[in-house]
Design a protein around this ligand. Structure first.
Ligand SMILES: *[C@@H]1O[C@H](CO)[C@@H](O)[C@H](O)[C@H]1NC(C)=O
Ligand SMILES: *[C@@H]1O[C@H](CO)[C@@H](O)[C@H](O)[C@H]1NC(C)=O
Ligand SMILES: *[C@@H]1O[C@H](CO)[C@@H](O)[C@H](O)[C@H]1NC(C)=O
Ligand SMILES: *[C@@H]1O[C@H](CO)[C@@H](O)[C@H](O)[C@H]1NC(C)=O
Ligand SMILES: *[C@@H]1O[C@H](CO)[C@@H](O)[C@H](O)[C@H]1NC(C)=O
Ligand SMILES: *[C@@H]1O[C@H](CO)[C@@H](O)[C@H](O)[C@H]1NC(C)=O
Length: 605
């Protein structure tokens, strides 16, 4: 309002203000505040006044001047002529189209904020007067390129140039800043490549290149950044990281590559990242972790692989990560977890496997997590887990938090969680429980351990209990009248066969349910998709309600590649049963005399 008054009235108001008590800390010529502005300490705040030019005389005591959110297009250097103490100047959110000329006071300014203006060029002669400048913010302007002649020699420590239109970096563009620059932000620009050795900035600690258009990073791109601690390159669409892409970043601790298009993790691009502690790779298309990938990253403590395309965790997938603390593999498609996939992760405290396709790892494997001596949190919600056995979580003695919600869990063996003495939270929600005598232990145990607030569990079977919460069922009503879940009655047999001969494996299961049965065969834990299989069902006894199902796997003309451990999996609505693993050994003709050749016989009745 005052700003609109004619000059005589203006100075009248000005002298009135002069008479008001002055804020502490103000120095110099009496400490008046400019009308329309507010003062605090040595700050003069003239922001958001719709000024097209600076109105009035800025008092000489000002050290921090806020002229942001006005409509300034030009700055008259005269206005700044007396400002001996000016140290920080905010000119962000104005309409400036070049770095302004502020006269002699430029040389004492250490912080200059020019974000959200219309500046299209960074010119040496315009920046030259700012001989004390340490922080320069040019974000949200229209700068399209940085040239070798853009920056004069300045003591700049922080340079922010987010949200410009920078598509090219000329070699040498940062060389005048090399002695001092510590933080460089170039997010939301149009860079499509990183010229090799463009960043010769031995003191730089943080570099941000998020939301650019870099599709490929070549070797040595970041050479010259010995002090770098963190590099952010999210949302670029990076599809290829060439060998040695990050070579030279031997002190880097954090690398963020989320939301790109990476397809694999390999030693080649991790080469030389000796101090890396945090690696963020979520939201890529990673389907493969190469053996030895982590050879250089022995200090890694946090690895985020969420939302990728992993289907398998191999024995080598995490080998060497002996100080890893947190591993996130949520929202992938993992169904295969090799024996020993987590071996060596003895420091791991948090393992997130939610929203994958995990089933048999929990249902059939013998202690898949047993190497995780220090695990405290395990997230398994949103998988395909139907049953939990005594072996599922063996070895997890230190676990405090286990989440199994969003799995249609049907059975839980007694003592499945008993070794977890420190468990504080067990999350479950299932409406698929088979409420027979084998589940009788659950309600009293949940009550004793006080897990009830985290558990929603209701029965699907038997029919009379369907839909009832297990906590509302009388303990005497958990009875075993029938057995709807398949039970293996005939196990496949270990055998040896002559090379070139035909082999069969036979497996049977019985169930009292007429729910449709599915059969699958696995070799060395991997599903056999195109195997020759014959299945049959028949009533076990006349008048009885028990059906027996038999599946026969035919292997024609076996070869040495046929050797392995074969297992059948028979499933229905109430769960899966896994047979023993039968070993097949194949002998060549020469060895024939040394081995008896045994064919198994069908067990059809
Ligand atoms: C810079 O600051 C010093 C110390 O406050 C002061 O003596 C000097 O006059 C200032 N220079 C300019 C050009 O304002
Ligand atoms: C560095 O700054 C000096 C003046 O401060 C200038 O002459 C030179 O062109 C700038 N650029 C390079 C790459 O040295
Ligand atoms: C990622 O790669 C796929 C296939 O190569 C391509 O279709 C997609 O556009 C890429 N995404 C980005 C963000 O580059
Ligand atoms: C388990 O909880 C989740 C979210 O709380 C819900 O979406 C899901 O339907 C629940 N499942 C069952 C079987 O109750
Ligand atoms: C259990 O289910 C009820 C109703 O479906 C829901 O309100 C409650 O939040 C659930 N509790 C848990 C622990 O999932
Ligand atoms: C193996 O099976 C094939 C195909 O059914 C058959 O032709 C062949 O005679 C069998 N070989 C032996 C040794 O039984």
């Amino acid at each position: 309002m005052c700003a609109l008054l004619p000059p005589p009235l203006f100075s009248f108001f000005f002298s009135l203000l002069w008479a008001l008590p002055i804020a502490a800390g103000r120095t110099g010529d009496g400490g008046a505040c400019l009308s329309a502005c507010t003062c605090a300490g040595d700050l003069l705040d003239c922001s958001a006044l719709r000024w097209k030019r600076v109105r009035g005389e800025i008092p000489a005591w000002v050290a921090h001047l806020d002229l942001s959110r006005n409509k300034l297009q030009l700055i008259d250097a005269i206005v700044f002529a007396k400002l001996r103490h000016l140290n920080e100047l905010k000119l962000n959110n104005n309409e400036l189209d070049s770095v302004p000329d502020l006269g002699p006071c430029s040389s004492n300014i250490t912080v200059l904020n020019l974000a959200n203006n219309r500046i299209s060029k960074v010119l040496l002669e315009q920046l030259q007067p700012f001989q004390s400048l340490e922080i320069l913010d040019l974000s949200n302007n229209n700068v399209a390129e940085l040239r070798a002649t853009s920056f004069p020699a300045l003591p700049l420590k922080f340079l922010f140039m987010n949200s410009n239109r920078i598509s090219s970096l000329e070699p040498g563009c940062f060389s005048n800043l090399s002695a001092t620059l510590q933080v460089l932000k170039l997010n939301r620009n149009r860079l499509s490549s990183i010229p090799a050795k463009i960043f010769q900035l031995p003191n730089l600690q943080h570099l941000e290149l998020n939301r650019n258009r870099v599709k490929r990073v070549d070797g040595l791109a970041f050479h010259g950044l010995h002090s770098l601690k963190s590099l952010k390159m999210q949302r670029n669409g990076i599809g290829k990281l060439m060998d040695g892409a990050f070579w030279g970043l031997s002190n880097m601790e954090t690398l963020q590559l989320e939301h790109n298009n990476l397809t694999e993790v390999s030693k080649g691009w991790l080469y030389g990242l000796l101090m890396l502690q945090q690696l963020q790779l979520s939201h890529n298309a990673i389907a493969r972790i190469r053996p030895d990938a982590w050879e250089f990253c022995q200090k890694l403590s946090e690895l985020d692989l969420a939302s990728n395309h992993l289907t398998r965790l191999e024995e080598s997938s995490f080998s060497g990560l002996s100080v890893l603390d947190r591993l996130d593999i949520s929202d992938n498609r993992v169904s295969f977890i090799a024996d020993g996939a987590f071996r060596g992760l003895s420091h791991l405290q948090t393992l997130d496997l939610r929203n994958n396709d995990i089933s048999w790892t929990i249902e059939d494997m013998n202690g898949p997590f047993s190497a995780l001596d220090h695990l405290r949190q395990l997230f398994l919600q949103g998988n395909q887990i139907r049953s939990i056995t005594k072996k599922s979580f063996s070895g997890l003695d230190t676990l405090m938090h286990l989440d199994l919600s969003n799995n249609a869990i049907m059975s839980i063996q007694v003592n499945a969680f008993s070794q977890m003495k420190q468990l504080e939270e067990l999350h479950l929600n299932t409406s698929s429980l088979l409420c027979d005598c084998q589940l009788k232990w659950l309600p009293p145990w949940v009550a004793e351990r006080r897990f009830a607030p985290f558990i929603n569990a209701s029965c699907a079977h038997p029919q009379v209990l369907k839909g009832r919460s297990v906590f509302a069922v009388d303990l005497d009503d958990f009875v075993c009248d029938d057995f709807p879940k398949p039970q293996i009655t005939v196990q496949p047999e270990t055998q040896s066969a002559l090379r070139g001969s035909n082999v069969t494996f036979v497996c049977s299961a019985a169930s009292s349910s007429d729910s449709p049965m599915t059969f699958a065969w696995k070799k060395d834990n991997e599903g056999l998709s195109d195997a020759e299989v014959h299945n049959e069902a028949h009533l076990r006894a006349r008048g009885a309600d028990v059906t027996e199902y038999t599946t026969v796997l035919h292997l024609r003309q076996v070869d040495f590649a046929s050797e392995g451990k074969y297992q059948c999996v028979i499933s229905n609505h109430f769960g899966s049963s896994y047979s023993n693993k039968a070993k097949l050994t194949v002998n060549s003709k020469k060895r024939r005399t040394m081995h008896s050749v045994k064919y198994s016989h069908n067990h059809f009745r």
